[in-house]
Design a binder for this molecule. Structure first.
Ligand code: NAD
Length: 253
């Protein structure tokens, strides 16, 4: 354990099997939280045991399934809820089907409605809590090519965040969301490979992703996890209802 900023807090993380969710579960545990790291992919999730952090408990939670969410929230009884589960659909509006739109809305937005409504009563009873939702710079912040469904769902996450923040501010609940630019993760590597096949060159695909970040690089999952720790901690006690943009200058030019 390296710090104590989250001592005494119980933190539930969805999609903690890899990428930003995994890095955030580890970072919060290193700051002293009792972390409940969950995912649908138990093979990926169990690799977190290799970190040798006694204060991380892992179990399966499917963010698409209301019973699974209720059981997971009851087990964790969280003070901090990090809703990280999400999926990137590729294409313009002309490539999108109704089913793809419904699936993305379900995983990227409705899953958060499920977890938040399950976790809020306990937070209210204890007099406070911090909810952190995963949005994206690609949302109402900025448009990105071939991200119609994704950007629409992530803009909805900002609306959901603001609604929860305003409705429960008097009960000590804070609700913020995170808007990253491109972040290195297993699914991002798959997206680079897929675009590489379309463009006939992996290097060209990588160049396209990297060039939209004015810093000339993508983020590490750990850089996003540091923001999650801040929003989970009492240090961020005066911020609620906001999208926190962390995008390597993508939207700030
Ligand atoms: P990732 O996409 O590589 O991993 C996603 C994880 O979600 C996997 O472990 C998967 O098993 C899990 N998952 C899938 N369906 C689930 C379900 N129904 N219930 C619970 N877990 C489920 O990880 P990532 O790229 O770090 O993305 C995490 C979040 O961050 C997503 O919401 C994504 O939209 C968002 N985000 C990512 C980037 C990026 O560039 N990587 C940028 C901005 C926002």
């Amino acid at each position: 354990m390296s710090g104590q900023r989250l001592n005494g807090k119980r933190a539930l993380v969805t999609a903690a099997g890899q990428g930003i969710g995994r890095a955030s579960a580890i970072a919060m545990a290193r700051e002293g939280a009792q972390v409940f790291a969950t995912d649908v992919n138990m093979d990926a999730l169990s690799t977190i045991r290799g970190e040798n952090l006694e204060n991380i408990e892992i179990f399966e939670l499917n963010a698409l399934d209301v019973d699974s969410v209720k059981a997971g929230v009851a087990r964790a009884n969280p003070d901090v809820l990090f809703n990280c589960a999400g999926f990137v659909h590729h294409g313009t509006i002309l490539d999108a089907t109704d089913d793809e739109f419904a699936f993305a809305m379900n995983l990227n937005v409705r899953s958060m409605m499920r977890t938040i409504s399950a976790a809020l009563p306990g937070m209210i009873e204890r007099g406070g809590g911090s909810i952190i939702n995963m949005s994206s710079a690609c949302s109402s912040v900025i448009g990105a090519p071939n991200r119609m469904i994704y950007g629409t769902t992530k803009a909805a996450v900002i609306g959901l965040t603001k609604s929860v923040a305003v409705d429960f501010i008097k009960q000590g609940i804070r609700c913020n969301c995170i808007c990253p630019g491109t972040v290195e993760s297993p699914s991002w590597h798959d997206r680079v490979k897929a675009l590489g096949e379309e463009l006939g060159s992996y290097d060209k695909a990588m160049e396209q992703f990297v060039s939209r970040q004015p810093m000339g690089r993508v983020a590490t999952a750990e850089e996003i996890a540091a923001l999650v720790v801040y929003l989970a901690s009492d240090e961020s006690g005066f911020t609620t209802g906001h999208p926190h943009i962390i995008d390597g200058g993508w939207s700030g030019q």
